[in-house]
Write a protein that binds this ligand. Structure first.
Ligand SMILES: Nc1ncnc2c1ncn2[C@@H]1O[C@H](COP(=O)(O)OP(=O)(O)OP(=O)(O)O)[C@@H](O)[C@H]1O
Ligand SMILES: [Mg+2]
Length: 253
């Protein structure tokens, strides 16, 4: 479904601070795969997602999506197929709008009149029923401004908003990193549930070794812009946390 071919990306090109990150980088994701992305700080994980969703342009190489080249498509065009959730809970929602207004925007993403002000009774009921699966009581707070929600509630809402428009690809950039351990686990369960329900191909960056082993059906590790480990579901099941940690340590030597 997603093919990155011979990708090259250098920051601060032709300056004294020139920093090559990806050199002849190749990476494929199959339709329906849930890929967990590990790697130390600065290894290129977020940049990889930025190149995929078009926030950054590649210097060289091709990006194909369902056999169509999207290398030069602007990010708003890619957003028709791709949704993203960030580490910062404030990035995925509009704080000054209510829960129901945020959900309405998400449900109408890509449709011509998606800035519709009024939310009618039918869609309020529909939105409330979708919110119940978060199991956080947000369906009781439809008219509360998102600014008044906790980080965990906002992140759950961001996740739901990212999937209700049925994207083909979901990009999660450490989306549980700012949450307490219990909320983080709740969001991870929710992530798995929503990905399966909406059948969305997913790339999830995490620093949590336990989550990398427990979730997803493939795990890759990035280091200095290279894939240094790529294991499928069965191999992942046999991996022990200390083996993955040993990989990290061997790379930083
Ligand atoms: N827009 C940018 N301009 C210049 N340099 C950048 C830019 N984005 C990333 N970099 C550099 O590229 C390298 C990889 O950054 P990236 O954000 O992809 O790392 P990461 O693997 O996501 O790290 P972390 O785990 O800390 O989030 C870093 O050295 C970073 O400084
Ligand atoms: Mg990052």
């Amino acid at each position: 479904m997603l093919v990155l071919q011979d990708i090259q990306k250098t920051f601060h090109l032709n300056t004294p601070n020139e920093q090559p990150l990806f050199k002849s980088f190749n990476f494929n994701v199959q339709e329906g795969e849930f890929v967990v992305v590990l790697g130390s700080n600065g290894s290129g994980k977020s940049t990889l997602l930025n190149l995929i969703d078009g926030q950054l342009a590649v210097d060289h190489g091709k990006i194909l999506f369902n056999d169509q080249e999207m290398t030069h498509l602007p990010s708003f065009r890619r957003a028709q197929n791709i949704s993203r959730v960030y580490q910062d809970p404030s990035l995925g929602t509009s704080p000054q709008l209510s829960i129901v207004q945020n959900m309405s925007l998400a449900l109408n993403k890509g449709k011509p009149y998606n800035l519709k002000q009024g939310v009618d009774l039918v869609s309020r009921t529909h939105i409330a029923s979708i919110l119940t699966q978060l199991n956080m009581g947000l369906e009781e707070k439809l008219d509360v401004k998102v600014a008044y929600l906790s980080g965990g509630q906002r992140q759950a809402l961001s996740l739901l908003m990212a999937v209700v428009s049925h994207p083909k690809l979901l990009l999660l950039d450490e989306h549980t990193a700012a949450l307490d351990p219990k909320t983080s686990q709740h969001i991870m369960h929710l992530t798995q549930h929503l990905i399966r329900q909406f059948k969305i191909t997913t790339l999830m960056i995490t620093h949590q070794i336990q989550d990398a082993l427990a979730y997803g059906d493939r795990c890759i590790m990035l280091h200095e812009g290279h894939v240094v480990l790529d294991v499928c579901a069965e191999a992942k099941q046999r991996l022990q946390p200390n083996e993955l940690l040993a990989h990290f340590h061997s790379l930083s030597l």
